[in-house]
Ligand binder design. Structure first.
Ligand SMILES: [Zn+2]
Length: 113
């Protein structure tokens, strides 16, 4: 058992899968409204893949909070701008569409200050 695993309480893969699902849903909401795509377009899929890659490599995995509150800004500026736009648009809508996932996401971001 690694120290990281003990602190985390949940396997990294589970956390990552949830994060991916949440971000995926947010990107899909954003894309549908702004790019009028039924499924996330290439540009949006690229953004999602980028974010998931960053999350995977996040040095704060063990005590992870959501990236919105992360003090290490690991996104490159162009991607950061995009993901912020997505979050701003999809955040409030997530509460309606997927209250459970949204609540979990917010709880995580409140857990560490
Ligand atoms: Zn799109």
């Amino acid at each position: 058992m690694t120290e990281k695993g003990m602190l985390n309480g949940a396997p990294d893969t589970l956390v990552l899968a949830e994060e991916r699902e949440t971000i995926g849903l947010m990107v899909a909401l954003y894309c549908r409204a702004h790019h009028h795509c039924e499924l996330p377009c290439e540009q949006c899929r690229e953004l999602l893949e980028y974010v998931v890659e960053r999350v995977k490599q996040c040095p704060l995995q063990a005590q992870r909070t959501t990236c919105g509150r992360c003090h290490i800004h690991c996104y490159k500026p162009s991607m950061q701008k995009k993901i912020k736009e997505v979050m701003r648009y999809a955040g409030p809508r997530m509460l309606k569409a997927h209250p459970l996932l949204a609540a979990k996401h917010m709880l995580k971001s409140l857990a560490i200050r």
